[in-house]
Write a new protein. Sequence first.
Length: 550
Amino acid sequence: MKVRADAVATSETDVLVLGGGIAGHRAAAAACQQGVAVSLAYLARGASIFIIGCNAPFGHVDARDGPDVYFDDMIRGGYGLNDRRLVRIVADQATKAIEELRAIGVPFAAENSRLRQRHLSGNTYPRSVYVPEGTGRVILEHLARQCEALGATTLAGWKAVSLLCDHGEVVGALLAKPREPRLLAVRARAVVLALGGIGRIYEDSTYPADVAADAYALAFDAGARLIDMEFVQFEPVVTVWPEACRGMEMPTAMLGDGATLLNAAGERFMLRHNPEYGEKRIEKARLSLAIQREIDEGRGLPDGSVLFDTTQVPKAQLESYVAHVRRLRAAGLEPTRKGPHVRPAAHSEMGGVAIDESCWSGVPGLFACGESAGGLHGASRLAGNGGSDTVVTGAVAGRGAAASNVTLAGRDWPRIVDDAVDRLRAVAQQAGAMAPDEVKQRIRELMPRAAGIWRRGDELAKAARELEGLQSQSTTGPDPDWKTWIKALEARNMALTARLVAEGALARCESRGAHQRLDCPDPDDERWLHHVAFHRGPDGEVVRGIEAIR
């Protein structure tokens, strides 16, 4: 890498938010409202535009709902592994967060003064609020306008490649333009990680290309602890056919509205797995396991899927899923007459950076929110809680970061930037034997086999060893071009993140939620009702430990 540290451009702000999705924009807006200078840096918009709804216990459909019921649903849905502090914050603040979004013009579906609320899997009552034209996209558009109006500086098209660290404190980040050799060092009293989750470390995944597991690698390198990385949520109903809709998540809310799941024999098989409720009142991990079992045991459709029967949904309800029915029809499928084929795909990470009630990571100057943070969801995430996580914890992180007491004066900035550039240069100079794209593909081959829906200790152990080697296997040649260097950095981050998933799953000798060990099929509260945690050792090694649930 030929860029010299003394040629790096610099800027300064109070709070630097990394990530262009809903969590990042909520953090930026909340920090601005505290009267501090804010910069919002992102490569693209991440997965937020695909959010279908946000849980909030308004009780507008069923007055029995409320924060305490929502709290209990999250703990039950997370198989008891949730951080109660974070669950209480989301349970108590979700309705306020939605009202704040309504105040800036987000047009959630409503009738008179009462919000329409859908019943998503794992929730006792209907509580998911939504925008028919596309919840995530519309929320993000309004938040972007709010951030602009509040004076946040936007740095679009920049990729965070390292955090700036000084004596154990995070004091900014080093950003790169992926297509041109430019670096920007942003000094900041606090950094908020809102970069999403694990990205495409699985072959079959719903993640967009710009989510690349960077949040976890950046936090790990800066000294933060990561927890619950073994818990990867497989979205149960991801479209396989029609081909033009491949990868599109079908809303589990449709199951609450009457859609059913059928195997190749036309059997509504969920009545075997969940006799009382069928496709309803079952959280995503169990639903994914049931669908995958049908496929694995030979009862699926020829393309390795099951039928998502949309014909059972009343027409008015079906048409309320505007974006989904539009895409299905554009692909040549009329959802009132036939449904798509679906199967589970890697979708979200329940673990992440360990945080407290202000979304602080424990490293001075470093905060995390949304899917970059861990602890809220436990071993499985309720349907609709991804959206609630972003709108609540994003704002909490922004306020927390604004109150950071890290100072910027009196630091040796040339040395700090030099150190960050040197760490990146080492990635380009490692003596590996595989091109970065080969490393990425190997990770995607390893993870579904070893750390997919079903897991075994022997496969996990082999994968963990290989992934450790893959962290340094990328070769860029003696004079790498800029794009190759960026790919090598991404491959290293993906390998580290995948390794933490595999090592966490290997350590957890039980089955719980989204983590299912064929060789340890039962949950074991006595031994395993705690977090598996990782941090960076003094020589860069991965150190594993356990942490009590709070």
